[in-house]
Design a protein around this ligand. Structure first.
Ligand code: SF4
Length: 450
């Protein structure tokens, strides 16, 4: 065992036309941070998406980060030049988060690290990854830099060629990072590294963030469904779950120690096998009398919304309920994996309303801009959701390399999806056609409002 190494963790900027803080925290990076801290490493986090640094309010040209309910809100944003491959789009492009100067000041304040870990999320946000790596390399040119996260997993080759990182980790990072850091820092941790299990992982190190409005939690990883457009099994090949009582322990800890009242579930399959997972978890939350509000930005499986589950969600304090319907068209539903059986959406809505939710509080995700999709199909789905009193939310399709739908996306997209991840950006409607373009998308958005 030598001196404890210093590790700098970086949550990079978002570069996009639009972005909102809907319970977005770098959970994967914070999970690794919890693990590394337990192994004895010294950690510092540089969060480019910090919205709480008061100096930001005084910077000319930066748009404010208005905060909204339940811990959500806007990020600070600065207009930046569009990359050349996006010049054809007549929209403003932004860097969301702190300024470059603040980033550099924080690097100057930091002790020289023994390694830098950078996370990544959407594939089309890679310019923020590149820029943060470029600046780190300017300051600490001889410090090994490791990139992980979603972009590094789904577009590994692109990241190897373009990110500037010295090492790329793809897939779940816990075991890989322990081994790599031992090699890079020649440090022998206090506990020997071994295969990490979900229930033995330390809790995410949310306390490294400058200020906590809410936490996010993953009570499971992966999803047993295999919807052809989804990356869940590429990111988490096995569906595994935590012990529900251990999850309640974690929620109680954050509530009591940091007064957290808003919790967003990042799970892909939260309701699966409810009697063994969500029901005991929520019963435990109520038994401990934890006054927290829950939010489900990832969407809940409609098939899991029995009357018993809906009642448990309502009584436990679920405030943001989003359902993954994807389409109201039976044929399309079959093509997408048939996870919503005919009649299941109506039953789920009945159960939610019976349990106490107001229909207009219930948001329903509808996929839009799928390869070959007709806008009338989406319009029909919007009307179906509205007929039930719920709110439709359009989820524009983003093509994801490695998914079953990827080849279909390649064959119909007018953009070079293979070589330029910027074109995966769902707001561009990457699989648009002459029948379904941005004009039709605007009309559908209008239909959602009325
Ligand atoms: S059910 Fe949801 S998380 Fe699971 S594979 Fe389908 S889209 Fe992905």
């Amino acid at each position: 065992m030598g001196n404890k190494p210093n590790i700098l963790l970086i949550n990079p900027w978002i570069y996009d036309f639009a972005a909102h803080d809907l319970w977005s925290k770098p959970l994967g990076l914070l999970i690794l941070a919890g693990l590394l801290r337990a192994q004895g490493y010294n950690l510092k986090l540089l969060d480019c998406l910090d919205v709480h640094d008061s100096r930001l309010q005084a910077i000319p040209g930066i748009k404010p980060a208005t905060r909204r309910g339940f811990g959500t809100g806007k990020f600070y944003r600065t207009q930046v030049p569009k990359p050349s491959s996006l010049q054809q789009f007549d929209r403003k492009y932004y860097r969301f988060g702190i300024t470059s100067e603040m980033f550099q000041e924080r690097l100057l304040e930091a002790v020289k690290p023994d390694a830098v870990l950078v996370t990544s999320t959407m594939t089309y946000w890679y310019p923020g990854v590149q820029e943060s790596i470029r600046l780190v390399k300017e300051h600490f040119s001889d410090v090994p830099l490791v990139l992980g996260g979603i972009y590094a997993t789904l577009c590994r080759e692109h990241a190897v060629r373009n990110s500037g990182a010295d090492h790329i980790i793809s897939g779940p990072g816990e075991n890989q990072i322990l081994k790599l850091l031992e090699e890079l820092t020649r440090y022998s941790p206090e506990k020997p590294s071994h295969d990490v299990e979900l229930d033995t992982l330390p809790w995410p190190a949310f306390d490294l963030l400058p200020q906590l409005d809410y936490i996010c939690t993953l009570t499971s990883r992966g999803c047993p469904h295999r919807c052809p457009y989804c990356a869940s099994d590429l990111l988490f090949p096995k569906f595994i779950r935590r012990d529900p009582i251990g999850v309640a322990d974690e929620l109680e800890y954050w509530h009591k120690k940091y007064s957290i009242v808003n919790v967003a579930f990042y799970d892909d399959a939260l309701l699966l096998d409810a009697s063994k997972h969500i029901l005991p978890l929520l019963a435990e939350v109520r038994r401990r009398d934890l006054p927290v509000y829950f939010h489900t930005p990832n969407g809940l499986h409609i098939s899991g919304l029995s009357a018993e589950v809906c009642e448990a969600l309502f009584l436990a304090g679920f405030k943001t309920v989003r359902l993954g319907l994807e389409t109201g068209d039976d044929q399309r539903q079959q093509q997408l994996g048939a996870k919503v059986k005919p009649g299941a959406f109506s039953s789920a809505m009945d159960n939610l309303i019976w349990a106490g939710f107001q229909p207009e509080e219930i948001g329903v995700y509808l996929l839009c801009g799928l390869p070959g999709q007709d806008p009338n199909e989406v319009a029909h789905s919007i009307r179906m959701v509205r007929d039930h009193g719920a709110r439709p939310y359009l989820a524009e399709y983003s093509p994801i390399p490695g998914t079953p739908m990827w080849s279909e996306a390649l064959s119909c997209s007018p953009f070079d999806l293979v070589n330029e991840p910027l074109y995966h950006n769902n707001s561009l409607l990457p699989c648009q056609s002459e029948h379904f373009g941005l004009k039709e998308l605007q009309e559908l958005k209008q239909l959602c409002r009325f």
